[in-house]
Ligand binder design. Structure first.
Ligand code: GUN
Ligand code: ZN
Length: 641
């Protein structure tokens, strides 16, 4: 059972419960343990490093008579002396390295069961990146057959169904989609080791995204063979939940230290700047002079500490809603990783579908690649679609400290009295003054000196926006003299925000008749919108977006065709939801497929009667596959006042 507790980008903080009842927090990395030699013992991995899961190779165990007998007699957990989750691989990687293996899928699955593995692996076929498409497609057909068979005979063991497909995105997505229909527990993305060894990160990005498109979101995704600390933030951002690392030990054997910015040979290092528990108290010279096995162990432990500390950092950034920042910073460690980051632009629209409506943390611009974050696309698309300029003349302002309407108080007023709508040239593109507090416009930090991509993008967007809005007069703000026109800045802001967030038609329904704006006495900011005596909306200070009140929701139900903005509840859940309890996945019968995470949503019964309002935690695509967990955080039921 896999449950998601927090998300950011495609990344998920999850809880994965295995059949033995151990709950693994994801993202997690499983160190690879060679059953023949322990550089670091499984017990140390558990106790000293805190790893709650490891991966070992059942093919190696099966081919070694002593190990095989021991594993079958006492079970893998006892043999390795490891109380956590044990995953085993099947021999596929050996076939990639050394050619055909002389075992069958059936044998390998049965063997893994016989040694008490928690999560076993199908004997999949490793699709090499140099294979022609036809050969790749044929081998996927065989892998799918083997995977279905493994599901049929897996018994109490969980099973890894490995997505293959080399670099062919359509084959990957298709393979993933077919596996989503099988009774698989974990989805490794396989066949990617050569891509990572050759630093082919743009293809790795395509492979991960195309696999994610087809997979069932209620299962953890494992990036097979990825365990370098430098890639953890980026791969987590792309939705990988599990990783494994053999390199901590392999590199140690070759006297190589792993760091978040790369791998360094001890012979090339001029000094050691590491304070991990393994390195602490040692100089580089001392380590160089150590006896080989002691040095190997020290470096292996150093490598593990690099992995655990980076993973802890990834989790912190994920929880704080800042994983994009970290991934972008990390991708600067190597030009090819940066290439991978740049490739994300191709997948911006797909990423936008799961991008939350707002975040707790401000957006930090780390460089022109930040422009490919889905939030940029979201803002501009919604602006073009939903914004209605209050006048047909525009006054253009330069970017300034935020919020713009505080910085430009008197200038905005001057141009407005002359009938001009103030528009700021921001790094996001045009920002009408009335929207300047909406997330992420106010909740973002950019360098004052723009890069060329920002200059060019903004230029293009300004032109397009001005044309599309039909402004008949556009001027630099400085050239405009004050006039006599009266306006209500608060009302303009309140309406523009509603149109941006819910669409023009909904904003009209919410703002009909007599409008009263209730403002905070402390900050002077708009808090509540009362329309014809009904409290329809509340404005949230942190993200500048609205919370939909029950009276507002009922107005929207009247004008929007079902299932727009709705989540339709099963009868069983009606009494609970209308009392303000959260809506759980298993009780949803239908939902607006366009709702994004953290967006306002209205819960109704099957006859479209209002039950509650809340914020969507999952998209409809996601919740369809979840058997458990909160789908909608319900705010106010119809029964509570
Ligand atoms: N280890 C690294 N890559 C792979 C893969 O594609 N399949 C399996 N089973 N193990 C792997
Ligand atoms: Zn160290």
């Amino acid at each position: 059972m896999f449950e998601i507790t927090k998300r950011d980008g495609l990344a998920r903080l999850g809880k994965f419960e295995t059949k033995s009842g151990i709950v693994l927090e994801t993202p997690a990395l499983l160190p690879v343990v060679n059953p023949k030699i322990f550089t670091v013992t499984p017990k140390e991995l558990y106790e000293e490093f805190g790893f709650r899961a490891l991966i070992t190779n059942s093919y190696i165990i099966k081919n070694n008579p002593a190990l095989k007998e021991k594993a079958q007699a006492e079970g893998l957990h006892k043999m390795l002396d490891f109380p956590g989750v044990i995953m085993t691989d099947s021999g596929t990687f050996q076939s990639h390295m050394y050619g055909e293996v002389e075992v069958t899928n059936d044998e390998m699955v049965e063997f893994q069961k016989s040694i008490g593995t928690d999560i076993g692996t199908v004997l999949d076929i490793f699709t090499e990146p140099f294979w022609p498409k036809e050969e790749t497609a044929d081998s996927i057909t065989e892998t799918l057959k083997r995977t279905q068979h493994a599901c049929d005979i897996k018994g109490d063991m969980m099973i890894n169904g490995v997505v293959q497909g080399s670099v062919y995105q359509d084959l990957r997505e298709d393979c993933a989609r077919k596996m989503a229909d099988m009774d698989i527990d974990v989805h490794p993305i396989g066949g990617v080791v050569p891509l990572m060894e050759q630093y082919r990160y743009t293809e790795l990005v395509d492979v991960i995204i195309s696999s994610k498109k087809g997979l069932n979101p209620n299962r953890p995704v494992h990036l097979f063979g990825a365990g370098h600390p430098m890639i953890l933030a980026f791969a987590t951002l792309l939705g990988c939940d599990l990783f494994d690392s053999a390199s901590y030990a392999k590199f140690a054997r070759d006297d190589r230290f792993m760091f978040i910015d790369g791998t360094y040979r001890i012979a090339d290092m001029q000094s050691l700047d590491c304070n991990c528990p393994a390195c602490r108290g040692h100089t580089l010279e001392e380590i160089k002079k150590m006896e080989k096995s002691n040095r190997e162990r020290l470096i292996a432990r150093h490598n593990l500490y690099q992995i655990t500390s980076e993973l802890a950092l990834v989790k912190r950034y994920l929880k704080e809603g800042r994983l994009w920042d970290l991934a972008e910073m990390r991708c600067r460690a190597h030009p090819e990783l940066l290439n991978g980051l740049r490739r994300l632009k191709e997948h911006q629209a797909f990423l936008e579908r799961t991008e939350p409506i707002s975040r707790d943390a401000a957006l930090f611009y780390t460089g022109s690649e930040s422009r490919s974050r889905p939030i940029f696309l979201r803002y501009y698309r919604k602006l073009l679609e939903n914004y209605v300029p209050p006048t047909n003349k525009a006054a253009i302002f330069e970017d300034s400290p935020k919020p713009y309407s505080r910085h430009y108080v008197s200038d905005f007023n001057r141009v407005r009295t002359a009938g001009y709508t103030p528009i700021v040239r921001s790094p996001f593109g045009p920002v009408p003054a009335d929207l300047d507090e909406v997330y992420p416009l106010a909740q973002s930090l950019f360098p004052e000196i723009w890069d060329r991509e920002t200059e060019e993008d903004v230029e293009r967007m300004m032109d397009e926006f001005i044309k599309k809005m039909g402004f008949i007069d556009v001027r630099e703000q400085k050239d405009i003299e004050p006039g006599e026109i009266e306006y209500d800045a608060d009302l303009l802001r309140a309406k523009a925000t509603a149109a941006y967030q819910f669409g023009k038609e909904s904003a009209d329904a919410l703002f009909k008749g007599e409008i009263e704006l209730i403002k905070s006495r402390k900050t002077g900011k708009i808090r509540n919108i009362i329309s014809d005596g009904e409290h329809v909306l509340s404005l949230r200070a942190p993200d500048g977006l609205y919370t939909l009140r029950p009276e507002g929701a009922q107005r929207l139900l009247k004008i929007l065709p079902s299932p727009k903005m709705r989540c339709i509840s099963m009868d069983d859940a009606v009494p609970f939801v209308s009392n303000g309890r959260n809506m759980f996945c298993q009780f949803v019968t239908d939902m607006d497929p366009e709702i994004r995470p953290m967006e306002e949503i209205i819960i109704v019964d099957k006859d479209d009667n209002f039950l509650a309002t809340g914020r969507a935690i999952l998209t409809f695509d996601e919740l369809k596959s979840f058997k458990k967990g909160i789908a909608i955080k319900v705010r106010s039921g119809s029964d509570d006042s």
